[in-house]
Design a protein around this ligand. Structure first.
Ligand SMILES: Cc1cc2nc3c(=O)[nH]c(=O)nc-3n(C[C@H](O)[C@H](O)[C@H](O)COP(=O)(O)OP(=O)(O)OC[C@H]3O[C@@H](n4cnc5c(N)ncnc54)[C@H](O)[C@@H]3O)c2cc1C
Length: 448
């Protein structure tokens, strides 16, 4: 007799994808987790700057323990849109598909034609941090982004402060080395000011001007603290916290900041971007406005744009502007595809581990409760009414998307072929151990 069951495909095995796989597994629902990379760590490995070594190791182990579940099948180095086309994935017949592929495309700097200067005066944050995180590894090109003094950064969120830190670390480390002082990244992360102080030096002594972060609003508006304050007291407190965070960063890492500045045009010489025209902003009747007659030309060796990340476009996936076209917010269900759902950074667009994990968990639970299972237990009481409504709508589809044992075996046969293509023998821990890159802290330890 053929027994019906479920099998879910998850693309992206990092914070949100692994959480979704774990939530499904806990409910007895098997999943196949595909990741484009050999390691399923996403922004934890390639976005979170490498001085967060402890946080990275902790989060990566969390991901490992979720993906190492017997009901989770991992498929490395398999990219949706390249190794598997979206249309073919739909044909494979999974009960549901979850897209947890994060947000890897930098939001374009909104100046017409500026992307022609990528690599010629314009750098985007995602490839820059990727390079920084890996440049110490053997065989990696150290000089992809030569660090220069006086660089500009356009941004304002936490990731742009990390970009400012990287530039300052690299400048100070090099200048100190030239004077015979060896300092490592981890000491500089504790405080550049302290390191310099202990050596009786200042940035001026080292001839460093520093990088400058340009932010479009006031410092007290910077998105540096979580939560959404709404009452006047909460807003005043949040503004105070943001100013404090920024002061703390600046006093430790010594970069410059110019608030209320928006880039409005480019300055080009030959085929190089050599500067930007900035215009001041101000609040007029509570609205951020450009102030006429305040344009200034700022020249720099290059600018790093750090104004947010968007999910990559994948051929066949319906998009709406910069994100996927979602037709049902409770499930983050894709338009036109009743059994395809998006989660994590791919939807939240917010760069935060906790939010990505919670979004992964929440959507996985909603999908399980509303779509896959025949409602075991009570759904999250807060979403109960919405889930009940959605269930009414989805009931027929739920019945349609169970798969038979034969279909299950057929899909798993294809999955095995993908695994074999990259020599993955289903030993998850062994695979991870053999693909983990050489860590900077280990290189430093062994050189001491
Ligand atoms: C500079 C920087 C600093 C940060 N600092 C912090 C911090 O201090 N604290 C904090 O909480 N958060 C921080 N974050 C954010 C945090 O790292 C992310 O929010 C979180 O890791 C995102 O998880 P995710 O699973 O949604 O997405 P991702 O980590 O992006 O995972 C997506 C996964 O999908 C895979 N994938 C992508 N496309 C495809 C495809 N087509 N096919 C198959 N697989 C695919 C990727 O390889 C990846 O493994 C920072 C981020 C950055 C960039």
């Amino acid at each position: 007799m053929s027994v019906s069951k479920y099998l879910v495909a998850i693309f992206g095995g990092a914070v949100s994808g692994s959480e979704a796989a774990y939530q499904l597994a806990e409910r007895g629902i098997p999943s196949v987790v595909f990741d484009q990379n050999a390691l399923p760590y996403g922004k934890i490995e390639d976005g979170l700057p490498k001085w967060h070594a402890k946080l990275r190791d902790k989060e990566e182990e969390r991901i490992n323990s979720k993906l190492d579940h017997p009901l989770v099948t991992f498929v490395p180095s398999t990219k949706l849109g390249e190794d598997i086309q979206f249309a073919d994935l739909i044909q494979m017949g999974f009960s549901a598909v979850l897209l947890a592929i994060g947000a890897w495309k930098d939001r374009p700097l909104p100046i017409e034609g500026i992307d022609e200067y990528v690599g010629k005066g314009l750098i985007y944050q995602n490839p820059f941090i990727y390079w920084f995180n890996h440049k110490h590894e053997p065989g990696f090109d150290q000089n992809t982004y030569p660090i220069k003094d006086g660089a500009a950064i356009v941004g304002g969120g936490l990731a742009s402060l990390d970009v400012a830190k990287v530039l300052m670390f690299e400048l100070v480390e090099k200048a100190l080395k030239e004077r015979g002082h060896e300092v490592d990244l981890f000491a500089l992360d504790r405080s550049i000011a302290k390191v310099l102080n202990e050596k009786g030096l200042t940035l001026d002594d080292l001839g460093i001007e520093g990088c400058t972060l340009y932010y479009r609003r006031r410092i007290k508006d910077m998105p540096l603290s979580p939560g959404s304050p709404s009452t006047p007291e909460e807003i005043a407190k949040a503004e105070m916290v943001r100013e404090k965070i920024l002061n703390n960063y600046q006093s430790k890492y010594l970069f410059n900041i110019e608030p209320n500045q928006v880039p409005i045009d480019k300055i080009v010489e030959g085929d190089q971007l050599v500067g930007l025209i900035f215009q001041k902003t101000g609040l007029i009747n509570g609205k951020l406005e450009l102030l006429p007659g305040t344009e200034t030309a700022i020249r720099f060796p290059y600018v790093i744009s750090s104004i947010g990340s968007l999910p990559d476009r994948i051929p066949g996936i319906p998009a709406c502007g910069n994100t996927y076209e979602i037709c049902d917010e409770l499930f983050c269900r894709l338009s036109c595809y009743p059994n395809v759902f998006a989660l994590g950074n791919a939807v939240t667009g917010r760069g935060n581990i906790k939010e990505s994990m919670e979004h992964g968990r929440e959507i996985a639970q909603n999908v399980i409760e509303g779509y896959l299972s025949e409602a075991e237990g009570d759904p999250n009481p807060m979403a109960k009414d919405r889930i009940a409504q959605a269930l009414n709508k989805l009931e027929n589809e739920i019945r349609e998307h169970k798969i038979s044992t034969a279909q299950y075996q057929q899909i798993m046969g294809k999955v095995k072929a993908y695994q074999e293509k990259f020599g993955y023998d289903s030993n998850f821990r062994k695979w991870i151990d053999s693909h983990l890159p050489n860590r900077l802290e280990n290189i430093l330890d062994s050189s001491h």
